[in-house]
Design a protein around this ligand. Structure first.
Ligand code: ATR
Length: 264
């Protein structure tokens, strides 16, 4: 039987995942399809039951269901346990296993990321948790977390053996870091940055998890001052590639996806 996959969310029409996975299915000659499913509030459990009934081999979960999905799954991989959120589900003979490929997907695309790199994470919400978990997995020795609400940064930093700082401390010392990862949603709706970071230099990398707009105020400042910049497209494709690998056993070509799906 032809396999099929899905993405659940609300809204869902904007999701790029169907195009991304369909492109890879085609490239690797896999007979499968991938469909976006709009799940209305309060109907997640029904949707998951239906997917099981209809033999869905795996699915992605997006906003606003990444946490709400957890009680409807049979097992969680460590990545999902730590992040407290799931973006990828594998249906293993009727058992639904939840994973979180967001953090690992992002880190897979940072070239030269090694244990001795000094990393600053801006934000301490759901997205930050997944990324911090992946940084911990990669044994990053110097990890700072800056957040508007310091208490949340303290909790996350304690768990990750990192250091919590305020935004104003981050503004004072941020140029001592090699990599700065912006994980809040600030910059998506308005052309502003959550922190005012000035003094970037070319050996630094600035990463924003936002991909629309393609260049946030945070990234623009970094680019104008000579830093290497990366927007959220890398995380989007990176998390998709790891989901694809979980489902098919193939780690797909991300450049191919960039060219076919995103270059038009
Ligand atoms: P997500 O799951 O998308 O990460 P979240 O858990 O609500 O969303 O976390 C949002 C993050 O963005 C938090 O770090 C939040 O800071 P607080 O913990 O202080 O709320 C940060 N954030 C949201 N709006 C912000 C703003 N206007 N300025 C600075 N930080 C902001």
């Amino acid at each position: 039987m032809k396999k099929w996959y899905a993405v659940l969310g609300h809204p869902i029409h904007h999701s790029i995942s169907p195009r991304m996975h369909e492109a890879w299915f085609q490239k690797y000659n896999i007979e499968a399809s991938y469909v976006p499913i709009l799940v209305k509030p309060g109907e997640l459990e029904k949707a998951v039951d239906s997917l099981k009934l209809l033999g869905c081999s795996g699915f992605n979960v997006t906003v606003p269901y990444k946490e709400e999905i957890i009680p409807f799954l049979n097992e969680l991989d460590v990545s999902a346990k730590v992040a407290g959120a799931v973006n990828t589900v594998v249906n293993r003979d009727g058992q639904l296993i939840g994973h979180n490929t967001d953090g690992r997907g992002l880190l897979a695309n940072i070239s030269g990321l090694s244990e001795e790199k000094r990393v600053l994470v801006i934000g301490a919400g759901g997205a930050a948790k997944g990324i911090v978990a992946a940084l911990k997995e990669r044994h990053i020795r110097t990890l700072f977390i800056a957040n508007r609400t310091l208490e949340k940064a303290v909790q996350l930093a304690e768990w990750a053996s990192g250091t919590a700082i305020t935004y104003s401390q981050a503004e004072d010392m941020f140029s001592t870091f090699d990599i700065v990862i912006q994980t809040t949603s600030v910059g998506m709706e308005e052309d502003i940055s959550p922190v005012n970071l000035k003094g970037w230099h070319p050996s630094m990398t600035a990463i924003d998890i936002i991909y629309s707009p393609p260049e946030t105020a945070f990234l623009r400042q970094a680019r104008e001052e000579g830093a290497f910049t990366m927007n959220g497209l890398s995380m989007l494709i990176g998390q998709g590639a790891l989901a694809f690998e979980l489902w098919t056993g193939i780690y797909p070509d991300q450049d191919y996806c960039k060219k076919t799906v995103f270059s038009s």
